[in-house]
Design a protein around this ligand. Structure first.
Ligand SMILES: [Zn+2]
Length: 245
């Protein structure tokens, strides 16, 4: 398995690890009397807005020794995921309508200026036009990265991304805080202007934080860059080697 494959699969491996851990707890730590259990409202907060809790508090380790709390967490996550799926479904339907409206507008415009052929010949022939704008979904696993800041080199294998609009699911290094992040692509680690930049909100899930962002890399020449993440509460950036193919 080469480095790229393992980086794409790590996300699955990671979920698998948590699944195994959960199975282990469900099997080994029944707690029918609910001794020392975390109340339902807190578990709900854990699943829906984990940033409101200090999950580094040792009291939450209880879950690792309690099948009942683990079961409750699993159920709550299922409910949350089902709700999110339904929301995404609605958004996709709206986006679909919007897309068709956009295409209709472009066509009407093309006809108005003398037909589709004219529009094709005279449309700007930048390289962007030839790369589809449809985002390509990719996982970026930074969970194994040490806490490297400017100057130091990251220990994770370089991230490789295509010259596309990338809908990235970033697995941040373990124990990263949730909250708003700026994700950018830079030439160096000296704070020069970003070649691409976006923002997203990371959700803490157990020991790691997930960040979903969309990066437009269509204008970037192929080459080596840095992927930089900056948390709103900590202006220091973390840099990861990046190859754009
Ligand atoms: Zn419990």
């Amino acid at each position: 398995m080469d480095g790229r494959q393992s980086f794409l699969q790590d996300d699955d491996d990671d979920s698998l690890l948590f699944e195994k851990l959960q199975e282990h707890v469900l099997e080994r730590y029944p707690n029918p009397e609910r001794k020392g259990c975390i109340d339902h409202a807190t578990l709900e907060t854990w699943v829906y807005s984990p940033r409101k809790l200090d999950l580094s508090d040792p009291k939450y380790l209880h879950v690792l020794k309690c099948a009942e709390c683990t079961r409750e967490l699993i159920d709550l996550r299922k409910q949350r995921d089902a709700r999110r799926k339904a929301q995404i479904g609605n958004q996709a339907a709206r986006a679909g309508n919007w897309l068709w409206a956009g295409i209709a507008a472009v066509l009407a415009c093309a006809i108005a200026i003398g037909g589709v052929a004219y529009w094709r010949v005279h449309s700007p022939s930048s390289s962007v036009a030839t790369i589809p704008a449809t985002p390509i979904a990719l996982a970026i696993d930074l969970s194994q990265a040490g806490t490297t800041r400017g100057g130091e080199t990251s220990t994770v294998p370089p991230v490789a991304l295509p010259r596309r609009v990338v809908a990235a699911h970033i697995l941040l290094p373990y124990f990263s805080p949730g909250g708003k992040y700026v994700v950018s692509v830079t030439m160096d680690k000296d704070g020069s202007p970003a070649k691409a930049e976006t923002t997203g909100t990371a959700n803490v899930n157990g020991f790691h934080a997930d960040l979903a962002v969309t990066l437009d890399l269509r204008n970037l020449p192929q080459g080596t860059y840095y992927l930089a993440t900056t948390h709103e509460g900590d202006r220091a950036s973390y840099y990861y080697p990046l190859t754009v193919r």
